[in-house]
Design a protein around this ligand. Structure first.
Ligand code: UDP
Length: 476
């Protein structure tokens, strides 16, 4: 009976740090605040040193169990251009080892939480009579596009990108055609088919959708999704806003303190711009050069995490080849260039950091907001263009280049101007103040009795009921 008193929740992220990190946060929160037992199932594919380190430190903390399943073979781990198709295929193949892992568990799991790329494993949850939840590892607005895409598909002919008019989504902020997610950029691509399929599966296969946002962050969009008559036909399962699920400083644990933090200790308060494009973002060679010049001209301090440009070839890995001649020497006092994984949550939490030039991955955006740091939005792929628009137009915590960085190279003068604006000028201060307001509202949502806290409590209550029902079935 002791065993059944706490519901057991399985979390099954698809490969990728951007999926693993938020689900680890959900696991921690369920265990720490909502009286659950949790197991994180990691399908290891292309495991990076950063991922190994993260998993090691989670194992040391012992908050939840971790089960590592080998990645199914035969998948090209470099198929970065087609995440929907690629990751769903990996997760589809991971089903049999997941099934065995669950059968071997002493504590029967009551619920499974997957991300949008791992909906394929929900059939396994079904077999074990578990509750099934999908989380979009992003906020609500991009979710509206994913769920509404099957309807847009019927309404609109031709490529979305060619349209002059905005894409209307009932009760929500319309979407600029140039902001659509990658799978919608080419309707003939297989990726588009996978995208539409997942959009349907999320609502048809799950008992609820978890969104890494909170009620006060996107009130209109959430209200529309719950109350608009059009939406009632699309989403019949509850929406749980459980955010901000974000890794904050001091939680990554283990390892020696990074030299970057020692360097930050020596810089003035809010004087450093942090630049990063997430776990997968790369710039073109030309854009790297302009970025370097822009930084140098701005005369602001910086930490720049940069990967060599990708041309799909075997070009050199030495980033200095792509930086302007003498850049490193001239900016020696002002900045640091990093080519490895950076301790981002610690950097953003450091008082010397005053701005973030970000690719607008949702985890990065939340980490920035939760540290009260304004952004220069530099979206590259996935739903990042929508996130950029949300940050700039709705939340007003970011500025961005005039033309999307994926459409044209932003020149050094524009970069200099953006950096100065955010670091030196009143506009930066206003955004910083706004970010701090959002930080406070996010913290409130997570605190006892707050909206996100209550959502997770409700989830844990439903899991508990499911556990009790399973026990009764076994008893009788
Ligand atoms: N991250 C990090 N160091 C790096 C790059 C990324 O710690 O050098 C972390 C970052 O803090 C965030 C996650 O990796 O938690 C990236 O997720 P995000 O949604 O921002 O972008 P993605 O990598 O999924 O595009």
């Amino acid at each position: 009976a002791e065993m059944s008193s706490k519901p057991h929740v399985l979390l099954v992220p698809s490969p990728g740090m951007g999926h693993l990190i938020p689900l680890m946060e959900v696991a921690s929160s369920l265990v720490t605040h909502h009286n659950c037992h949790a197991t994180l199932v990691v399908v290891s594919s292309n495991t990076s040193p950063a991922q190994s380190q993260l998993i090691r430190s989670a194992k040391t903390q012992k908050l939840y169990d971790i089960v590592e399943l080998p990645a199914p073979s035969g998948h090209d781990s470099n198929a970065a251009g087609s995440v929907f198709t690629h990751l769903s295929a990996i997760m589809l193949d991971a089903r049999s080892s997941l099934r065995s892992a669950i059968s071997a568990m002493e504590l029967r799991p009551a619920a499974m939480i997957v991300d949008l790329f791992s909906t394929a494993v929900l059939t396994v949850a079904q077999e074990f009579h578990m509750l099934k939840y999908v989380t979009l590892v992003s906020c609500a607005w991009p979710l509206t596009l994913l769920l509404y895409a099957p309807i847009l598909d019927k309404q609109i002919d031709g490529e979305y990108l060619d349209r002059k008019e905005l894409l209307e989504i009932p009760g929500c902020k319309p979407v600029r055609p140039e902001d659509v997610v990658k799978p919608m950029m080419n309707r003939k691509d297989r990726e588009y088919e996978s995208f539409l399929r997942i959009g349907k599966e999320i609502t048809s296969m799950s008992d609820g959708i978890l969104i890494n946002t909170w009620e006060d962050l996107e009130p209109n969009c959430l209200k529309a999704m719950r109350e608009h008559p059009e939406w009632k036909k699309i989403v019949r399962v509850p929406l749980y806003t459980i955010g901000p699920m974000v890794r904050l400083a001091g939680q990554s644990g283990g390892g020696p303190r990074s030299e970057l933090l020692d360097w930050l200790d020596k810089q003035p308060s809010e004087s450093v711009l942090y630049i990063s494009f997430g776990s997968g973002g790369v710039l073109s060679a030309e854009q790297i050069t302009e970025m370097a010049w822009g930084l140098e001209l701005s005369k602001q301090r910086f930490i720049w995490v940069v990967q060599p440009p990708s041309k799909g070839g075997a070009e050199g890995n030495d980033i200095s080849e792509y930086l302007p001649e003498g850049f490193m020497a001239r900016t020696q006092e002002m900045g640091v260039v990093v080519t490895t994984w950076a301790p981002q949550s610690e950097i953003l939490a450091h008082s010397s950091v005053g701005g973030f030039l970000s690719h607008c991955g949702w985890n990065s955006a939340l980490e920035s907001i939760l540290n009260g740091v304004p952004m220069i939005a530099w979206p590259l792929y996935a739903e990042q263009k929508m996130v950029a628009t949300l940050l700039v137009e709705e939340l007003k915590v970011a500025i961005r280049p005039k033309v999307l960085p994926t459409k044209a190279v932003a020149g050094r003068e524009e970069i200099e101007m953006l950096v100065r604006k955010i670091m030196e000028q009143k506009e930066g201060d206003a955004m910083r103040a706004r970010a701090k307001e959002l930080k406070a509202s996010g913290e409130e949502a997570l605190s006892v009795g707050g909206s996100s806290f209550n959502m997770l409590s409700e989830l844990s209550r439903l899991c508990k009921i499911n556990t009790e029902q399973q026990c009764q079935k076994i008893d009788t």
